[in-house]
Design a binder for this molecule. Structure first.
Ligand code: BGC
Length: 496
């Protein structure tokens, strides 16, 4: 009992090294790698592709990208996709998460103007995956809104986007329904809304913190739900697949045993994950989000809550529309209670109202919020199981970013080993229904406002070489070995 207590305290303090789980991966767990069209394809205006909000953002505001770079060429996967598929094949991976660039297939965003060359690009990519026996996991929206939809109608702030997005997804299912059956509607809506239309640090760069970001949140949820209903009504029978949304968050661990810190950590989870997960799995916004935004809005002088109401019809329409919960997870932070922010200018962070910190001994990645804390992932998975009634969970992104780009990437190996081990703990010890784990990423890419300065690839890409060679890092060999054994420890120690 004493030992359990001491271990418990050490884990809470972030001092314990979790043992690596020796179990063989269950056959129900697919393992793969992820990336996204705007970060790897390049060919930004090739063969009829339309401009996206990220093309526009990087071209118009170079100072907002740390190295003033653009996604114009990126990894040149538009031309080198066969090479990429060969890398995935050589690593023995089960699946490849890719995204379809909306504006490559529908340059204006609308279905009346189809770019056949763009359609052919994805047809070729799907064929290459099929020929190599690799399962495609397809994201339909990875932040790259066609620019005309932003210019003409305000993008995700206009509720017409619900129908326009749903039309696009229908087009994709009609066009690519024979090529794939594992679908993600929207990647990380929190970044789309809070970063794109709240803080404005991401494209399209609209600054309306705590106001229009919530409008975006509602539209994103309705757009996702409408897409899911279309799939369910028209395509599920023949496509026999799954459609889910991918939400992202760090794990927020209470910074102490105090009730206030525990409540603050839970509140942070509800603001970051619950704001999407609760409508999808339980129905309606999380109560704490509803209450806090309404109360602060009133004090600020708004006549109604800055958080739009979900009507009974909408609550019903959204609930139950994610066949699995896609999770992008990178880090863990500690959370303390903090004094209520003064009433003044609204903001999402003031609505959330927590203080973040981390243990100095945690290994840091490329950002001030990025730490290697595997036990955080295990706790997170249990929290999702409990909070959302045991959904099927697929980890759609997890990986380690550094700024050095070293080929001897031992920190990435330690990170991946710890996090996959945490997944095995969750599956075997905590009975979490986890069916997928996906590393971000197979190769370095254009990291949005981080440009080409933070690296997550198991292969390095030389962005100074016009040929964009892919160069193996130590982690690629490590992960190839893991896939061969489907186990994290030596074969003779692996437990079946
Ligand atoms: C995004 C990816 C990004 C990754 C690593 C996630 O938030 O979905 O597009 O590259 O984080 O920074």
């Amino acid at each position: 009992m004493k030992l359990v207590l001491i271990l418990g305290c050490l884990v809470t303090l972030g001092l314990a090294q979790d043992a690596i789980n020796p179990r063989r991966f269950p056959s129900s767990l697919r393992i793969g790698v992820a990336n996204a069209a705007p970060q790897i394809e390049g060919g930004w205006d090739a063969d009829g592709k339309g401009e996206t909000i990220w093309d526009h953002f990087a071209h118009t505001f170079p100072e907002r990208i740390v190295d003033r770079s653009t996604p114009d060429i990126a990894c040149d996967s538009y031309n080198k996709y066969k090479e990429d598929v060969a890398l995935v094949k050589a690593m023995g991976l089960d699946h490849y998460r890719l995204s379809i660039a909306w504006s490559r297939v529908l340059p204006t965003g609308y279905t009346d103007n189809v770019n056949q060359a763009g359609v052919q690009y994805y047809k070729n990519l799907f064929k290459e995956l099929k020929d190599n026996n690799i399962i495609p996991m397809v994201t339909l929206y990875h932040w790259d809104l066609p620019q005309p939809l932003q210019d003409q109608m305000g993008g995700w702030l206009n509720e017409s986007i619900v129908n326009i997005f749903a039309d696009y997804t229908k087009f994709c299912w009609e066009t690519f329904g024979d090529d794939a059956n594992w679908w993600i509607t929207i990647n990380e809506p929190k970044q789309v809304c809070q970063a794109g239309y709240g803080s404005g640090v991401f494209a399209p760069g609209i600054v309306s913190d705590g106001i229009l970001d919530y409008v975006c949140t509602k539209n994103v949820l309705l757009a996702h739900a409408k897409a899911w209903h279309i799939y369910n009504d028209l395509f599920r029978k023949t496509n026999k697949g799954q459609v889910g949304m991918v939400i992202d968050s760090s794990w927020y661990e209470p910074g102490s045993e105090s009730d206030e810190d525990k409540e603050s950590a839970e509140r942070a989870m509800q603001f970051d994950i619950g704001i999407y997960g609760n409508p999808l799995f339980n129905g309606d916004w999380p109560a704490v989000v509803k209450e806090r935004v309404a109360a602060r809005s009133k004090l600020e002088g708004f006549s109604e809550s800055r958080l739009p109401i979900l009507t009974d019809f909408e609550i019903d329409y959204i609930k139950g529309t994610s066949d699995f919960l896609g999770l992008n997870h990178y880090s863990t932070l500690l959370i303390n209670h903090t004094a209520e922010a003064p009433i003044g200018r609204p903001s999402f962070e003031s609505d959330k109202s927590v203080q973040y910190w981390h243990r100095p001994e945690w290994t840091q990645g490329s950002a001030d919020w990025f730490f290697d804390v595997p036990w955080g992932l295990r706790k997170f998975l249990s929290w999702l199981k409990k909070t959302f009634n045991n959904p099927e969970i697929v980890i759609t992104e997890n990986g380690f970013s550094d700024t050095s780009g070293t080929l001897e990437d031992d920190k990435r190996i330690t990170y991946l080993e710890g996090h996959v081990s945490a997944c095995l703990d969750a599956i075997y010890e905590d009975n979490v229904n986890l069916t997928g784990y996906t590393v971000w990423s197979i190769m370095d890419d254009w990291e949005w406002t981080g440009g080409y300065t933070s690296f997550l690839g198991m292969y390095k890409v030389d962005f100074n070489d016009p040929d964009r060679p892919r160069i193996k890092r130590k982690s690629a060999d490590y992960f190839t070995g893991v896939m061969k054994k489907r186990c994290l420890v030596d074969e003779d120690k692996c437990v079946d």
